[in-house]
Write a protein that binds this ligand. Structure first.
Ligand code: AHR
Length: 312
């Protein structure tokens, strides 16, 4: 009798160990184009390790075709689930249909796809349109509704570029004396932002009549600030600046008087994403299609506390 009970205990332990098999999750990341992206990747890896998840990480280096290939590799590897931060919104239907046919649940993180929402479980992301609206609203109050703006756009075809621009223009259109004077893409990188600003500065009119620089992310703005200093301008003073992400270097730029406002995009979203993925793998089904990540807005007034929070 005694032995019998011992055998049952062993069996139960073995079964429990079997049930707790580490999930293998494929994560198709955009690349490493910005400080925000790098922080997001680090958070995903740390959160996966904390949860004992085997994370297969692919870096598409902002190449949409390469990212599709990586996702098809995850499908062939029969992973338990796939998380995609899409480089661009288009071209995902076929690959998502393949994942569905293979019975592998897909989750969209950070950005968006224009494929049928039935092809993925949920999107876990902030509201990029709101970020654009917040930036324009802050600028309208700071300039009493009179301002000529130049724009640094992100990667063409990427959801944050499309929606931040839309949100910004929607609010700008409410103020007859606020106008977008020029716009160009810097691909979300510091080098790209610097290159675009050097382009604006090399035109005959330079930044004449420009009262503000609106950048789709902090890194492009930091590059533009470098170019403006090199041209003898005083960014943050001669021209106001508004951007998005809330990376440590933008708070340092705020402390130096070179930057005025940044809408925070939370980078530590691994917990939100894996809560949904693991919840789904454990059988939960009632997720909203869009799990919204809250935004926040920062100015020099809270730059020091934000830097302290970021360990800067
Ligand atoms: O998708 C979010 C955007 O991607 C971030 O704002 C930017 O830094 C990154 O390139």
């Amino acid at each position: 009798m005694q032995i019998h009970r011992f055998a049952i205990a062993i069996m139960a332990a073995l079964l429990a160990a079997g049930a707790a098999r580490a999930e293998t999750i494929g994560f198709a990341q955009v690349g490493s184009e910005s400080d925000w992206r790098t922080a997001f990747s680090a958070d995903m890896k740390a959160e996966a390790a904390r949860r004992g998840i085997k994370l297969l990480f692919s870096d598409a280096d902002n190449d949409a075709a390469r990212q599709q290939e990586a996702v098809r590799g995850f499908i062939a590897a029969c992973v338990d689930a796939i998380v995609i931060a899409p480089v661009v919104v288009t071209g995902w239907t076929e690959t998502l249909q393949l994942a569905k046919a293979a019975g592998i649940p897909v989750f969209i993180a950070d950005r968006a796809v224009d494929a049928n929402p039935d092809l993925f479980v949920a999107r876990i992301a902030a509201d990029f349109n709101l970020e654009g609206r917040l930036a324009a609203a802050w600028l309208a109050q700071a300039t009493r509704g009179t301002c000529g703006v130049v724009e640094l756009r992100g990667t063409e075809g990427a959801e944050p570029t499309i929606q931040r621009r839309k949100g910004f223009l929607a609010v700008l259109s409410q103020f007859p004396s606020m106008r977008l004077l020029r716009s160009a893409s810097g691909g979300f990188t510091s080098e790209g932002g610097k290159r675009v600003m050097e382009g604006f500065l090399s035109t005959p009119e330079g930044l004449k009549d420009v009262c503000a620089v609106w950048s789709h992310n902090d890194n492009m703005l930091l590059g533009a600030i470098e170019a403006m200093h090199a041209a003898g301008l005083r960014p943050g003073r001669d021209q106001l600046t508004v951007s998005v992400d809330g990376v440590p270097d933008i708070f340092r730029a705020m402390q130096a008087g070179d930057a005025n406002m940044s809408v925070e995009l939370k980078a530590d979203i691994g917990k939100y994403i894996f809560d949904v993925v693991q919840g789904y793998l454990a059988g939960k089904r009632n997720f909203p299609k869009w799990v919204l990540i809250p935004s926040d807005l920062h100015t020099p007034a809270d730059a020091a506390s934000m830097l302290a929070r970021r360990g800067g």
